[in-house]
Structures are given as structure tokens and as C-alpha cells.
Write a protein that binds this ligand. Sequence first.
Ligand code: BGC
Length: 755
Amino acid sequence: MFGYTSSAQVSSDHNSRSEKKIDSILKLMTLEEKIGQMTMYNGSWDLTGPPGTVSAKDKFEKLKNGKIGAMLNVTSAEATREAQKAVMKHTRLKIPLVFGYDVIHGYKTIFPIPLGESASWDLELMEKTASIAAKEASAAGIHWTFAPMVDVSRDARWGRVMEGAGEDPYFNSVVGVARIKGFQGDDLSSAHTIAACAKHFAGYGFAEAGKDYNSVDVGVYELHNSILPPFKAAAEANVATFMNAFNEIDGIPATAHKYLQREVLKDGWNWEGVMVSDWGSIGEMIAHGYARDKTHAGELAIKAGSDMDMESSAYEIGLKSLIEENKVSMALVDDAVKRVLRLKMKLGLFEDPYKYANPDREKAEIYSESHQEIARDAARKSIVLLKNDTLQTDKSPLLPLKPDQKIAVLGDLADDKDTPLGNWRARAERKSAISLLEGIKNAVDPENITFARGPQFVIDNLEEGKRQFLWPLKFNKNDTTGTAEALEVAKNSDVVIITMGENAYQTGEGRSQVDIQINKVQKEFLKKIRKVNPNTVLVLMNGRPLNLSWESENIPAILETWHLGSQAGNAIADVLLGKYNPSGKLPVSFPRSVGQEPLFYNQKNTGRPYSRNTVTFSGYTDSEKSALYPFGFGLSYTSFKYDNLKLSDTTMTKNGKIVASVEVTNTGKKDGEEVVQLYIRDLIGSLTRPVRELKGFKKILLKTGETKTVSFEITKNQLEFYTANKIWDVEPGNFRIGIGNDSRTKLGAKFQVLE
Ligand code: BGC
């Protein structure tokens, strides 16, 4: 009417123009060219899975012949340009390649591992670090990251717990969406943003016994209520791609799971992106005992909705004959190809296939000073203070450290410049992190610091150039060399900072463990040090929840620092010295024993939740059943009081709303941030419901003495679940809420949802 078009109109015109263009390209394509678009090869520059058999030379030939539509692990402006050039120069249709890479927690500037960063409970921060990772990766020609992993992971034995946001479905959803927004920004065609990938669809985090790649056996209700919510949130946030998973679910490999990929994701959620297989997961269906050969595997995968084959060559080998023999319809292939072309179109690659690979930007933007500052901020916000006792000798807590104390810095990880980078560190330079020792030396008079390593716990047994990602670590089991010197240093210091935990490559893919305690040599060392100096602060560096039963009983102060990335040491020093008041909260339960795993706070009540002084209840006879450090837990250098929990009403309708509010006061002597957490329990359902579920949180800053009222809106979104009727719905009845500073919340109230 006024002669202008609304932005919705512009984008729908744009979409229909793109769709027309996609259709016209599709019409020009031969079957071989279509299959090429559905094929992804590793670039040989880097290996994140079992090496394939196709040589670099042969891959180059395939590129020139249009047999490859996507590559992974090609990582520099120069290398991506070279591969792109082969395609643009030699192929008939000049459809640009798309380059994918595992940019999981940074490209060269490394942020905390995802589990660690989740402990910040700071969504804006996570969005920001993902956007920086995208900026650095895109400068090097990367268009697409295989992140975020949104697998709910409840088992500390599973090595990949480090890669996600822990055990809670809601938390994984909001963290996943923040990361997707960070990677993709508002405009995928910008040269600073990259496509994200929600992975691994689905159930990978539920591997039996925490053993990587293992079978998963969950029912359809558990699937929808506990595993799928973060994926649904990702689809709603327009994540450009999904990756399927290595595991089977109840006998069906996820890669061939039609119900998941077609019925739920593509048809049910109307999602239009690309489903890429995991590395070799189509071919692995042969080992699963589900496919006879690669052709059969390809048939199962395409029918189920896998659009792109990463490193199996199954589509390349079998799709043509499957079409010719009418076993697979061309419509399925066309749909997959259109999804791939759509992704390339959205990334702007048809306009300029080289626009991402920019050597000038690569030099100027990657690892810049401003990125380091954000890495430091992200790292200190991810640290969780687990314990901080008051010593008898001096009535103050051990942390923060006091000025002019003589500090012993001990342990194999203290001067380790590599471990803080964690696993999945993309293009980080080996040994490029600020170590804890360097961080402390930067912060206090180096004269006050004495370092002694003590025994080594991992033997660096790798030949130069051999990728650590793929190879097992070798542990020191009995060599105690270095202990005597460290004991002397500890004796002569006011306070001991001792580092323990896991090597960078102790968690991550293929790094499942049955023992989740600190390794024996380290632990014996810790015991000896504790004896000679009770003022011992344990600084943990690890990628999974550990069993800290002994440590929590015997060590007065414990700081969980995960693998914090490029700026680890400076960030830890900020917290140790009180320049930053710790605010992190655990995104996973820390157990008392590995025997409790899988351990998660949002369990079911069972029919026998309590002990009436007999053994016949749901628990253990040799351990308490609760976590040692529960989900949501983390201390501060100040203290907070929760009071006056109020509900705006005690009844609501299904589509109505109640507001819950609580007063939080900083009762300590330092300003500090607090994560106020809302939990809800649906008391009776058509299916049994968890004892409590996180449904909201707010991170607030409170000055000493200050009180703030924090409120949460409770609507359908927080109350619905996948019911016995197989729909998402709110069931009328009684609900209980709890608000507090961890999943044990003491303040509670009840309300009712009316018929
Ligand atoms: C992992 C994926 C990863 C892929 C490509 C696989 O082994 O499971 O998460 O994105 O390799 O590196």
C-alpha cells in the first residue's frame, strides 16, 4: 500500500528466488553430479576418525570430476582456496565446495571445553565465544562447524561428556541455541558466520555403560522427553545442519533411523537443513550387522534421511545402481541434493566461492588480542569453587589467597601449556595455553612462588607429528620421581596450590574410562603433600565429572577448572587471588563412586525412594545415593540467602501463567554473581515424571548487602512433556516448584493446573 515491502516479504521473495535457482541447477545435474553433492571427504590435512583408503591424489581427481561436494578438515585460507579452485576450474557445473570442521570450542583462540564453559551458565558469553570461533574459522575458509554437540550426557565414564552441556535436557537446549546463534549469527551469508550442526542425532550420550559408540536402549517416551528436546530447540533455532550418530537405538542404527530423521525431524519439525552422517557411520552399519555391504548401507541411509555421506563412500559406490534398479527413488536423491545446494546458497557460496578464505583476515583476526581477553573472561566464569574451608590456624577461608603468602605450585599439570587446550582444539598451536604457573607468576611477585612438578602422570609417548586425537595415552603407574623435592617445597610454603586431574586427551571421542578418580600416582602424591601442609588448594583440570570422595573429605579447598583454553592460567590466577569471585555451577553431577553412574539429578522417584531403616529401597548399601557435588552446585567467595518465595497465584489454566518470585540477598563481604535456578516437578502424570527438572535460571550480580527480587514466568513451556498420548501437552494436576542455588533447592511452593 505504501510502496514498500516488509522484511518478511523480502526474505520470502529471496527464498523463492533461491528455490527457483536450486531447482534450475538440479535440472542440469547428472546423477553422478548429484551423488557428488551428497559426498563428503576428509581432506587428509587432519584426522578426526579412522584413516580412509583414498589417497590425496585420488581425492584431487575426484574434486575435479565433481565427485565431491563437501570436505572436512581442510584448514587454512590457502588450502581451502586450492581445493575450491580445482572444483571451480574443472567441474562442469562449478558448484562450490562447502568446508566443514570441528570448531568445537574455538578455532585457534581456544575457549573452555563446552562442558566447562557451560558451567558459566552465561548464555550471552557462550554466544559470544561461538561467534568468535566462527569469525576465526571463517577467515581460514571454513563454512561449517560440526557443533554444538547437544547430546544429553549422564555418564561420567563417557569421554564425550566434555563436549556438551551436561546432563539436563533444558540446559542443553538453551546452551545449544546460544551456541547456534553465535556460530550462525543473523545472516549465514556473512563472511564472519558459519553454519552450525546439532549432533549427534540421536541418543549418542546414552551409550550403555558409558562406552563410546555403544548401543543405546531407550523407549520412545524417554527419547522424546530426555534426548530430543535440545535437538528440537536447535531445529527451531534454524540450525543449518544436523549430524546423525554412530550408535544404534533399540536395534536400529541412528544413521538408518527413519523415524528419527524423517518422521520426527524433517516431517514433524519441518526442518529443511542438511543431515550429514557421522564419520563413516553409513559404512559402519555393516559392522553393526544391519547392512550387507556399502550399497545396502547407502540404501538404508538415504531412505532414512541421511543427506550427506561423510567418509563412507557408500553413496559414491552404490547410489547409482540403487537408482537404476529402482531400489531408491530419484525423488529422495533430489531432496537430499536440494538441501545441500540450499546450504551453499545460504552461505553465499554461489555468489563468491572464495569469500570466506581470506589470508588478510586470517592474519589479522585469528588469535587477536581482543579474542584473548574474551577467552580469559570465559575461562574465569567457567571455574567452579567446590570447597573452601576455614582453617583452624586462621579463621578465614583458604581462598582467595592473601597477599605476600609464600606459594608452592605443584603437580604435573601446573606448568602444562597443552592440557588446558583440551581435546577438540581445532587449530590451536600445541602448548600454546597460559599455564597455571605462568598465570600466577603474572599475578603475584614471582619471588613468592616455588614450583615443583612432583611425579609425571602421563608419559608423552608420541612421535613428533603423530596426531594425539587418535592414539591412546600412556600413564605412569608407579614412578614417584619428584616427590621428595615437592615435599620440601610444600613444607616451606604458606600455602600449596596443587594441580591434578586429566590430560587433554583423557576425555573426548573414544576416551571412555571405567575409573573416574584421579590417577593413583597423582593421588598418592596429593596425600603426601596434604600431610606436610594442610593449607592445600586442589586445582582440578579435567573434562569429565570425577569421583572426588577422598579429596572432598581431606582437602580444604577445591577448585574445578576443567580444560579452560588459551588463557587458562591467567583465569585461574584471577580466581585464586580474588580478582574474580567464582560464579560457576556444575552442569553435571559429581558422583561419590563410579558405581553410581549414570548419575543425574532429574531421576525418577521409583516406588521405593526412602529407607525405613531397611535395605529394601532404591539406593546402595555401601554408599549414599546422592551426588557428592550436585547439578547446579558451586560456591562463591560471598554468600547468598534465598527468602520469600511467592507465587502470583496457586492455580492456572493450561494456557495461563503464574509468576514465581524469590528474594536473593548477598549476605557476605564481597560482590558476587549468583545463578538462581528454578526447578519444577509434575506430581502425577500419565507417565511417571522426574523428581525435579530445571526449567529456568537467571544469573545476577549482587553487591554486598544487596537484595534483588528474581522472578520466573511459568507457562505451558515449562510444564508440558511428551505424554502417554504421544503428544507434547500439559496435564492438569498438582505441580511443585523449587528455587535455589543448586538442584537440591530448599524453598518450594505448590500450584495446580486446572482442567
Ligand atoms: C565425530 C563427530 C565429528 C566427526 C568429524 C566423528 O568421529 O563423532 O562428532 O564431527 O568425527 O570430525
